[in-house]
Design a protein around this ligand. Structure first.
Ligand code: NDP
Length: 230
């Protein structure tokens, strides 16, 4: 177990925005990255790696057991999928796609927070507060309902809603929660034409995480600090 300073934990830390977050956060303190396939180098990116397929309910029990109440001051729920980009309204959007997407983008966010509650509370008692960052998307904003990608949009709307309700319930435990749009980012998901690099996104997001306190809990913000409409 790394030192006594509360750790940061990032889900889906193996590629894309998650990997850039791990790279940026690891030099600042103990950082735990989770991934379904662990890197061969156990200290890859300066992080400690734990196996977690966020669709595997039993894996959350294992994760909680491994952490054993170790203080986690920042939890970043980053793992996500976007599988309905090319579906069409007439005969696409099969029920299994809904189930698979909600399992990762919504249910797993809840299960990750639930599994880490003892660790977040431990950090809050040491440091005064702990933080949960839910990586959502502007595609889940109902004020920006541009149509298409119904499954991804609905899942991200649910993830943002979940973050807002957790913010209310966890405030009294000293845990601040916010949802973030990471920008349109050049990753496997965002594609090569996206507006910003993973480094720009991660730099902005980490600055937003650092500004998250019990006074600012319950917000939906962009990577560069703008308020996102729900
Ligand atoms: P990527 O597709 O590049 O990476 C997705 C990450 O999620 C990978 O680490 C992947 O792991 C992980 N993941 C997916 N399913 C599971 C699972 N069942 N268990 C564990 N990990 C899983 O996406 P981005 O980095 O672009 O996206 C990161 C987050 O940002 C997502 O929540 C996404 O919705 C959100 N976002 C991204 C935007 C963009 O423009 N890129 C815009 C708005 C929001 P594996 O390698 O094992 O598949």
């Amino acid at each position: 177990m790394a030192g006594t300073a509360p750790a940061t934990l990032v889900t889906g830390g193996n590629r894309g925005i998650g990997a850039a977050l791990v790279e940026r956060l690891a030099p600042r303190g103990p950082t735990i990255a989770t991934a379904r396939a662990l890197p061969k180098d156990k200290a890859h990116g300066g992080a400690e790696w734990l196996a977690l397929d966020v669709t595997d309910a039993a894996a959350f029990e294992t994760l909680a057991h491994r952490l054993d109440g170790r203080p986690v001051g920042l939890l970043v729920c980053n793992a996500g999928v976007f599988v309905d980009r090319h579906e069409n309204l007439a005969d696409g959007f099969a029920p299994q796609l809904w189930a698979d997407t909600f399992a990762v983008n919504v249910t797993a966010v809840f299960q990750t927070v639930q599994a880490l509650l003892p660790s977040l509370q431990a950090a809050a008692s040491v440091a005064g507060h702990a933080r949960v960052a839910v990586i959502s998307s502007q595609m889940g904003s109902s004020e920006r309902a541009h149509g298409s990608s119904y499954i991804y949009r609905a899942s991200k709307a649910a993830a943002t809603n979940l973050a807002m309700n957790l913010a209310r319930d966890l405030e009294g435990l000293g845990i601040a929660v916010a949802a973030y749009h990471p920008g349109w980012v050049r990753t496997d998901m965002g594609g090569p034409s996206a507006a910003i690099s993973v480094e720009e996104s991660a730099a902005g997001l980490v600055a937003q995480f650092e500004a998250l306190t019990l006074e600012t809990t319950g917000r939906f913000l962009t990577w560069d600090g703008h308020v996102m409409p729900f």
